[in-house]
Design a protein around this ligand. Sequence first.
Ligand SMILES: [Zn+2]
Length: 277
Amino acid sequence: MKPDDADQRRAVAPVICYPTEGLPQPDLMLYHAARETARLTDTILIPPREARTFRVPAGHFFRISCQHGSQVGDLNLWNANDLSERFYSGKTRALHGTHLTSGERMWSSHPHLRPMATIVADTLDWYGIDAFGGAVHDVIGTRCDPYTHHLLTGDHYHHCCHSNLTNALATELGVGFAEAEAHVHDVLNVFMCTGFTRDTGQYFMKASPARVGDYLEFFAEIDLLGALSACPGGDCSAEHSSDVAACYPLTVEVFAPTPEALEGWQPPVVNGYRQPD
Ligand SMILES: [Zn+2]
């Protein structure tokens, strides 16, 4: 039964859950100045429908780029020295919104809850929010995985981002699939264009606006182990979890600034909350 005051209840104005003004702010001027001094130290090519790991020391930069075609990437991040601290997609979404861009941060899991990486450059920051409610680089889409795909279709597909990330981490750690799988978590969907439909609230994707040369660049706030999957959906314009889409490699590049460039900068400490005795 719809109450008599239904319209009044719906008309109540929303309140931002987590105003971000109180967060510790990144010193973007310092980061950009440090980036000017940085030299390339590592390049990792992510083959289509596969994933690879990479390491980025605290205070270094890493860039994810489309150098071969429009391609979505699924990114996992861990504290390189403690895999129990990993990217917390849900809280990052609650803090910064459904999609990330320059100046926003990837936050880590409880009880650490600190910045793992700060986005310092985004060549797609012009995109904004389109007429469908779509935007780029989402933290709403979890990752394509073989279990959901099996539920929906009955098929067995082995190159979902979840599987690719697990295999890459298993190789990196020298462990089996099951042990690695427990570390794989909800991703930052780099270059993916997504939103929720206005009428049904369903998760949607559409062709990524990324083109050859586009990139997203990060400052590593702590020592990072990353894994990136070149999604089998390619630009995710039609479908994922299959070999149908045109799929391209992605590139990860790591850059080291000069030590003097970050003088005075310290990695963020773990969250200061104390449980009662
Ligand atoms: Zn995927």
